[in-house]
Design a protein around this ligand. Structure first.
Ligand SMILES: Nc1ncnc2c1ncn2[C@@H]1O[C@H](COP(=O)(O)OP(=O)(O)OP(=O)(O)O)[C@@H](O)[C@H]1O
Ligand SMILES: [Mg+2]
Length: 572
């Protein structure tokens, strides 16, 4: 059917009804009015279409012309993504603070990129074949991969720089450019999903030791106002093992986003010697930008991640905050007149959450590389109510939950990850992975730690009633163990060069050392040493060591623990 032009019938915020459009399909992009406002078809009834507009509809009125494009909401994926900031529809934003308004004039399209072909005329090419690399695209090698459907022999290669949309090569008679257009909501194809669990080291001890995440898994960080969600996500962006980070700032305050950008720009990247921001893609849809572009922004983020995944990289997508994204869904649903489900969210909330989290995965790419997309979303439940729909809905689709605890945050125990409500469904498999790599004790350390923390919490409430001195000595040592685990291991100072991130080896040494000290204390009281004597022993050296030795210095930690153990032995 011919694509047609129609007319605006009714405008209600981002909800626009249009008459006379024929030949459009659900999720097609339509341009509205003289400003050509981008909108997506979200409902069809005869020749009447319901559209979701991605920009302010101020100035749009009944009678204005609309024009179908025949395309779905898509973005241009190519060199020029890394180190840059984009709006929710993946349009480049110019440098801060102007980046708060999309700049539609300057596209990645103007620049000519030098590329090095990895194939020659006559070579056989299948989807996933690396056709070229673009050296100036950033610190991770930018691989131009043959898109799905491109199969045949190379017949021509351009011999100089090209813009991202000009032909760079030809496969049979099909032109292939450095950049590829891809619909944001459609998962990119891969060869095979891998189920084997390989941990993604985050550098945050409480996560790596107690609530690990596998590469290609999804995690959520629910936490009330000001409990440290953004800071924890930033730490993960800075220190996790990802090759590429996609940071989606979704409905957060503009100045906060600006801070994130400045922060990232300052962080040196240990892997490349450059700056962290150069292997980061930022997608910003702050609270002062059009609400509905927020809805698209997380799909844009994950599409960018899949694009780099298909080059063979481990990518982490961070979305802060998915609750602000869900607000956009609710805002729109409330205007359509459909019967809302729980708390005004649309009945499709669960499937919308699934469409995001289920694009996480560790896969074999079309080109045969092993790569992953790990998805981590902050959830900000209004009033800290963990039973609200976004929080409960999210839990169905994630493997790890890092629940931030208000009491820990008030006590300035950071990261405020709770050991009561958090979980990691892949913890056993991660334990097996560590065992296969020479650390069979990872699993038992974790089990002992969670048991001690729970027991210490129970005893602490008991002690509040009956007084610590009424507890038997071995229980007083458990209370001491709880304090040591919290202060020496689980707390991590984001501002300390030594402590901000922690390698697996240093984490293992620290936790192992603290557990050894706890055992030694139990032996002392079993041999009749007074609990008070053990409690009064100065263990500050143990608590301080995480900040006093380097982020990978397991030796230094072990040495300090040995000194503390020797001092304890003298009490016997
Ligand atoms: N790891 C940390 N080290 C030191 N301070 C921290 C840490 N995490 C959080 N804080 C403190 O808590 C404050 C709030 O943190 P953050 O902005 O990350 O919380 P949030 O949960 O994202 O808040 P919001 O609900 O407003 O989004 C920070 O400004 C900082 O003072
Ligand atoms: Mg925040």
């Amino acid at each position: 059917m011919e694509l047609s032009a129609g007319t605006v019938r009714r405008v209600n915020g981002p909800l626009v009804e249009v008459d006379g459009l024929t030949g459009v399909a659900m999720l097609d992009v339509v341009h509205l009015g003289p400003e050509r406002i981008a909108a997506e078809v979200v409902g069809l009834a005869g020749e009447r279409a319901t559209l979701q507009a991605y920009e302010y509809t101020g100035g749009l009125r009944p009678g204005h012309q609309v024009e179908a494009t025949g395309d779905r909401l898509s973005g241009l994926f190519g060199p020029g993504l890394l180190g840059q900031a984009f709006d929710g529809l993946l349009r480049p934003l110019s440098g801060a603070p102007v980046w708060l308004t999309p700049d539609r004039e300057v596209g990645a399209g103007d620049r000519a990129w030098q590329f090095e072909a990895r194939v020659s005329v006559g070579d056989e090419v299948v989807p996933g074949t690396v056709l070229a690399v673009v050296p100036e695209a950033g610190p991770v090698e930018h691989r131009v991969v043959a898109p799905a459907g491109v199969r045949g022999r190379v017949t021509w290669v351009a011999d100089g720089p090209v813009t991202v949309t000009e032909p760079a090569l030809r496969v049979d008679d099909r032109d292939v450019a450095l950049a590829e257009r891809w619909p944001l909501r459609v998962p990119r194809p891969f060869r095979e999903r891998l189920s084997q669990v390989v941990p993604l080291h985050t550098g945050q001890r409480v996560l790596d030791l107690l609530y690990p995440i596998a590469r290609g898994a999804a995690a959520a960080v629910p936490g009330g106002f000001g409990t440290g969600k953004t800071l924890l996500l930033q730490q993960i962006a800075k220190w996790s093992e990802a090759d590429v980070v996609v940071y989606v700032g979704c409905g957060e305050r503009g100045n906060e986003m600006a801070e994130v950008l400045t922060e990232l720009a300052l962080v040196p990247d240990e892997r490349t010697g450059g700056r962290l921001v150069d292997r980061t893609v930022i997608i910003a849809n702050t609270s002062n930008m059009p609400m509905m572009a927020r809805e698209a922004s997380i799909h844009s983020g994950i599409a960018v991640a899949e694009y780099f995944r298909d080059m063979g990289y481990d990518v982490v997508v961070i979305a802060d905050s998915t609750s602000r994204w869900a607000e956009a869904l609710r805002e729109f649903a409330n205007r359509t007149g459909d019967l809302p489900a729980e708390e005004g969210y649309p009945a499709t909330l669960a499937s919308e959450l699934a469409a995001f989290y289920e694009r996480a995965g560790r896969v074999v790419t079309l080109g045969g590389r092993t790569a992953s997309t790990t998805v981590i979303g902050a959830v900000s439940p209004p009033g800290g109510d963990m039973t609200e729909p976004v929080t409960t809905g999210t839990q169905r689709f994630i493997r790890s939950l890092w629940l931030l605890d208000r009491d820990l945050a008030y006590a300035r125990h950071y990261p405020a990850v709770s050991w009561n409500g958090s979980f990691a469904r892949d913890a056993d498999a991660v334990g097996a992975w560590h065992a296969a790599r020479g650390d069979p004790a990872w699993r038992s350390r974790r089990a002992t730690t969670t048991a001690l923390l729970a027991e210490a919490d129970r005893l602490a409430s008991l002690a509040e009633v009956i007084g610590t001195s009424s507890l038997p000595a071995h229980e007083r040592v458990v209370l001491l163990a709880g304090r040591l685990l919290r202060d020496a291991v689980l707390q991590q100072n984001a501002l300390s060069g030594n402590d901000a991130s922690c390698t697996a080896a240093k984490g293992a040494a620290l936790l192992g050392g603290v557990l050894d000290v706890v055992d030694a204390c139990q032996r002392l009281v079993a041999r009749g040493v007074a609990a008070t004597t053990v409690e009064e022993t100065d263990l500050a050296d143990l608590v301080r060591v995480r900040e006093e030795v380097g982020p990978g210095d397991a030796e230094g930690v072990a040495q300090r623990c040995a000194e503390v153990l020797a001092r304890l032995e003298e009490l016997a």
